[in-house]
Design a protein around this ligand. Structure first.
Ligand code: ADP
Ligand code: MG
Length: 234
C-alpha cells in the first residue's frame, strides 16, 4: 500500500499531532506502536477518514482520505466490537451488505457465511453478540469489515478488551488473513503480533513519528523514547 501524509497537524484542545510528514510504499501490514497518549488512535482515525485533520492532507493508495468514495474501500475495527446487539452475527453482516451496498439477500447471506467461516465462526452465525465470547464478537466485527471487500483494514487495539487467550485467538485469525491481499494498518501493544504480522513498524512519541522501519527496529531501538518503550513493554 501507499501511505502519503503531508504536513498533518491535529488539535483537540491542544495540538496532539505535530506537523507529520511521512511516506511509505510497498508494505502491506503496518503496525503503529507507542505509549498511551502518543497520538496513535488520532493518526489512525485521520488515515481512515473518520476525522478531519486540522491541517494537512493524507493520501492512501493515491486517494485523498476525505474523498467520499474512500470510505467504501476501508474497514475499521475498534477496541470493542461494535456489532448491533439485537442482531445475530449473520444479520450484522447481511444488514450492512443489503443496506449500504444494495446486495440481494441471498448473496448477502452467502457472503456473511463465507466471512464468518473464514474467522472460524461457522457454528456461531445465528447467535447474538451477547451470546458469544468477546473474542468471537471481535472476530465477527472483522468478518463484517471484510465482507464489503475493502482494500485496507484499520484496527485500533482490537484486542485491548480481551484476556490473553481470546487475544491469541483473534490475532491468530487475523494472521490467517494474510493471503487475502488486503492491507492492514493497526495499533497494538502485543509486540509478538507486531513481529509476526507487521512488515513495517511506526513508533510514535508525543504526536510525532520518531522511528520507523521493518520489524527489526524492535531489536535495535535508536532514540531514547523508543528504548524506554521497549524496556517497558517487553
Ligand atoms: N476526542 C478527544 N478530545 C480531546 N483530546 C483527545 C481526544 N482524543 C485524543 N485526545 C488527546 O490526544 C492525545 C493523543 O491521543 P490518542 O491519539 O488517543 O493517543 P494513543 O492512541 O496513542 O493513546 C492525548 O493527549 C489525548 O488525551
Ligand atoms: Mg489509542
Amino acid at each position: 500500500m501507499k501511505i502519503d501524509i503531508r504536513n498533518v497537524t491535529h488539535n483537540y484542545d491542544v495540538e496532539v499531532l505535530h506537523d507529520l510528514t511521512f511516506k511509505l510504499d510497498g508494505y502491506t501490514s503496518v503496525a503503529i506502536i507507542g505509549i498511551s497518549g502518543s497520538g496513535k488512535s488520532t493518526l489512525l482515525r485521520l488515515m481512515s477518514g473518520l476525522e478531519t485533520p486540522t491541517n494537512g492532507d493524507i493520501y492512501i493508495d493515491d486517494q485523498h482520505v476525505l474523498e467520499p468514495d474512500y470510505k467504501k474501500h476501508i474497514g475499521f475495527i475498534f477496541q470493542h466490537h461494535n456489532l448491533f446487539p439485537h442482531l445475530s452475527l449473520e444479520e450484522n453482516i447481511t444488514l450492512v451488505l443489503e443496506k449500504t451496498r444494495g446486495i440481494d439477500p441471498v448473496k448477502a447471506k452467502e457472503t456473511a457465511h463465507k466471512y464468518l467461516s473464514l474467522l472460524h465462526l461457522e457454528d456461531q452465525v445465528y447467535k447474538k453478540p451477547k451470546n458469544v465470547s468477546g473474542g468471537q464478537a471481535q472476530r465477527a466485527s472483522i468478518a463484517r469489515a471484510l465482507s464489503v471487500n475493502p482494500s485496507t483494514i484499520f484496527m485500533d487495539e482490537p484486542t485491548a478488551s480481551l484476556d490473553p487467550i481470546l487475544t491469541f485467538e483473534v490475532l491468530s485469525a487475523v494472521q490467517e488473513l494474510r493471503g487475502l491481499g488486503k492491507n492492514f494498518v493497526f495499533v497494538t501493544h502485543v509486540l509478538s503480533f507486531v513481529r509476526d504480522f507487521a512488515d513495517y513498524v511506526i513508533f510514535m512519541h508525543d504526536g510525532k513519528i520518531t522511528e520507523h522501519g521493518t520489524p527489526e527496529i524492535l531489536d535495535h531501538p535508536k532514540n531514547q523514547a523508543f528504548k524506554d518503550f521497549m524496556m517497558k513493554v517487553k
